[in-house]
Design a protein around this ligand. Structure first.
Ligand code: NAP
Length: 259
């Protein structure tokens, strides 16, 4: 299928590894010009080189912390008017809410709610002027299917979800769609880290904790990042103009509800 977005420009935040990188790869394969981002300049530049080599893609790498104003300014200086914005950042730590102070909550809300909102704020009016825009927020299956140890994620991402639900309807008439992609367990460094933390908390080995987590998913496997990236590119395509304000679970059926 031709996604119809060759020649468009996308900012993909937090995309040197994991799900963000997978989104960047699928967009590069669709002919999209990319601005990619991550904090480690070395990892980011390596990813940029790999994308250029594999897809003959135009890739600008901006090494910056996307959760800071300076980081967002640097990314937007590379492209102030993207056609496609993929919001992503590292996830908050797991733990017991009794141990979380105001700073920990502020960091989670800043990274997983306010940062995407500020980037949408900075880019949406230029999308309105051009009559086209695709905004995809990588949130989490925990928005629909809360994970008790991920209370920071459950809470902060629910705030973004509520905000987006209103804004999506407000800008739909301008050819802009805003949707959230909700990953379940995908085989990335982040997932490995969460499993390691749970293993330690439960006094299990990493392999025991991994095996137990696998058993909770109907597919009995973790998602492959490229499966997620393909969804992202489709959501960014010309074919999704009539779908906005939605929360799309990509979780191997982990969410148990009928709807
Ligand atoms: P990952 O494998 O750890 O990759 C995270 C990427 O984001 C890296 O490229 C990292 O590079 C970059 N990054 C992290 N913090 C950043 C920051 N402040 N500014 C700029 N770049 C930053 O994580 P992932 O599994 O792809 O997860 C992506 C998001 O999806 C997270 O919010 C996570 O909580 C959520 N999620 C993941 C899963 C899953 O199973 N994988 C499930 C549900 C939700 P640097 O470290 O160099 O900055």
């Amino acid at each position: 299928m031709d996604l119809g977005i060759a020649g468009k420009t996308a900012i993909v935040c937090a995309s040197s590894k994991g799900l963000g990188r997978a989104c960047a790869e699928s967009l590069a394969a669709a002919g999209v010009t990319l601005i990619i981002n991550g904090r480690s300049a070395e990892t980011l530049e390596k990813t940029a080189e790999e994308l250029r080599a594999a897809y003959d893609a135009k890739v600008t790498a901006v090494a910056a912390d996307i959760t800071t104003e300076a980081g967002r300014t640097a990314v937007l200086a590379a492209c102030e008017a993207p056609d496609i914005l993929v919001n992503n950042a590292g996830g908050p730590p797991t733990g017991d809410f009794r141990e979380w102070d105001q700073q920990i909550w502020n960091d989670a809300v800043n990274a997983n709610m306010l940062t995407p909102i500020f980037l949408i704020q900075a880019t949406i009016d230029s999308m309105i002027e051009r009559g086209f825009g695709r905004i995809i927020n990588i949130t989490s299956g925990s928005v629909k299917n809360p994970i008790p140890t991920l209370g920071l994620s459950n809470g902060a991402r629910a705030g973004l979800t509520g905000f987006v639900a209103g804004l999506a309807r407000d800008v739909a008439r301008h050819g802009i769609t805003i949707n959230n992609l909700l990953p379940g367990p995908f085989e990335t460094e982040r997932l490995q880290g969460n499993i390691a933390e749970n293993a330690e908390r439960q006094g299990k080995t990493f392999e025991e904790a991994r095996g137990a987590r696998l058993q909770t998913n109907p597919t009995r496997r973790f998602g492959r990042p490229e499966e997620f990236g393909a969804f992202c590119a489709f959501m960014a395509s010309q074919h999704t103009g009539y779908m906005t304000g939605q929360n799309i679970l990509v979780d191997g059926g982990a969410y148990p509800g009928t709807l």
